[in-house]
Design a protein around this ligand. Structure first.
Ligand code: ADE
Length: 224
């Protein structure tokens, strides 16, 4: 799959894409992630990508022309164009799973006060937010979406089971994990995990996952 990130701040993305699982996925060509500077499609002496809002008000608005030029240069009939914005629908694990089946995502990062509405009306397929808070720009949000999608591409995670065990994949948060040593500062690993009894371990994990979900995200249990 191919992901093109369009941002005014490409350097924000570089570190995250050059480490760990994202790095490996790119090296194995399971995910081709490219980062582009929207300013590369700006024209005029000063390569301006933003301007003051019609009607007055604070801040700057991202201009149509460079964004249309960038998306039109990159998109194919299969592309999905997603705008990262705090005004979008909340991004969830099911969106990541849906996008992992797409062949091409273009993640457009907002900045400043916003983006010219004509981009949203005529270029963008979906507006997504990563949560109810406002970041300084959409690049970090685009990285969040990229990471969540790339790890679901078959072959990216070493152990295929590890994505299936995730928090959210079965509607519950994940159960607790332990590794060596068996005792640390007097705190022991629960005996059941040392028992080798797979049925009991599965039962314990399910109970713990339920308890954790009740405590941290009771909303996930509504209607269960
Ligand atoms: N840009 C700024 N804040 C954002 C958010 N919460 N989600 C997506 N893009 C954003």
């Amino acid at each position: 799959m191919q992901i093109d990130i369009l941002t005014l701040f490409p350097k924000i993305c570089e570190g995250a894409l050059a480490e760990s699982i994202m790095k490996r996925a790119r090296e194995k060509r399971l995910a081709e992630v490219r980062v582009h500077n929207i300013r590369d499609w700006a024209t005029g002496k000063h390569l301006v990508a933003d301007d003051t809002p019609y009607g007055g008000g604070q801040g700057m608005v991202m201009k149509c022309e460079p964004i249309f030029a960038a998306v039109e240069a990159l998109r194919t009939p299969e592309s999905k164009v997603i705008l990262m914005t705090p005004a979008g629908r909340r991004f969830q694990q099911c969106d990541a799973a849906r996008f992992a089946l797409d062949s091409h995502l273009i993640l457009l990062c907002g900045h400043y006060e916003g983006i010219d509405q004509r981009v949203i009306d005529h270029l963008v397929d979906e507006e997504l937010s990563i949560g109810d808070y406002v970041l300084t720009n959409g690049a970090i949000a685009a990285l969040v979406v990229t990471d969540a999608v790339v790890r679901l591409i078959p072959g990216v995670l070493g152990d295929e089971q590890s994505a299936a065990d995730d928090s959210f994949s079965d509607g519950l948060l994940e159960y607790p994990h332990y590794t060596r040593p068996v005792e640390f500062r007097g705190w022991r690993v629960p005996d059941v995990l040392l028992s080798g009894h797979h049925g009991e371990i599965a039962k314990w994990r399910r109970q713990k996952a339920l308890k954790k979900t009740e405590k941290n995200r009771p909303d996930l249990l509504d209607g269960k």
